[in-house]
Design a protein around this ligand. Sequence first.
Ligand SMILES: NC(=O)c1ccc[n+]([C@@H]2O[C@H](COP(=O)([O-])OP(=O)(O)OC[C@H]3O[C@@H](n4cnc5c(N)ncnc54)[C@H](OP(=O)(O)O)[C@@H]3O)[C@@H](O)[C@H]2O)c1
Length: 259
Amino acid sequence: MGRRPEAPVALVTGASRGIGRAVALALGAAGFTLVLGARSLGDLDELVRQIAAAGGNATASALDVRDHLSVEGFVQDALDRFGRVDLLVANAGIGGGDLFASMSQQDVRGLVETNFLGVLRSVQLVLPAMRRQHRGSIVIVASVAGEVALPGSALYAATKAALMRFADGLGREVRADGVRVTAILPGFVRTDMTRGIGLPMPGPEVVARAVLRAYRQGPRRIVVPGFYVVLIWLARAAPWLVDLVGRRILREMAEKTPG
Ligand SMILES: NC(=O)c1ccc[n+]([C@@H]2O[C@H](COP(=O)([O-])OP(=O)(O)OC[C@H]3O[C@@H](n4cnc5c(N)ncnc54)[C@H](OP(=O)(O)O)[C@@H]3O)[C@@H](O)[C@H]2O)c1
């Protein structure tokens, strides 16, 4: 199916599964022309077929956000095909479910390269086109963990907190150029990343709806599901409560550790 000339063009990183996949399906249904990136090309191709079968328009592009050349190719490919980028959803990320002391240097570098530098790369590469267009929306998928850091995810939380500060500052830098920056802070959402966490949680569609809201309204920050706003407030007002939860998590981690 060809692109309708008026259709906005969206790039989604980490679209092969989980939140990125749900975002791609929602944007496809909303009429965006999509360029979808991740390392698992087979999964992306299947998603492209699913979006096309529903009347949408998407292409898949191999992408490793840890590699600057790969991100450059991903963005350039979109610009060559469509000449513009209206929305970037910088979503690709990995979890870091381990105690910091147990992480290897390779784990540490992988987390920072993917969750922080990976986002910076895609954002920096779409900015010239968005500023030229005097229009664009950048959506950065951060996390509630950027506000409330628990044991077993200290570095993950740090990468997400860094993204939030980055989104704040960048938003102020580029607003006058017609570019809006939104940080989305999901709480626990049901994806591969949260498999094994025995808590009730919504599906990734809640984040997809937040992305559409970010594109349409351009708020600085969206927390999903909304009740996490209260938890973030509580964690600030009574950090000892987070300490209590943290001690329990540490005990559970110790019980699961063999030996
Ligand atoms: N699930 C949650 O509860 C939750 C909560 C808060 C925030 N988040 C954030 O939401 C985002 C998506 O998480 P998810 O839950 O959907 O996880 P997921 O199901 O594990 O999906 C992660 C996605 O990121 C991609 N990715 C990972 N490393 C990549 C790389 N080097 N280059 C390109 N793509 C890469 C994966 O694709 P390939 O492996 O095919 O490359 C996959 O499409 C992450 O940034 C995560 O931190 C998730």
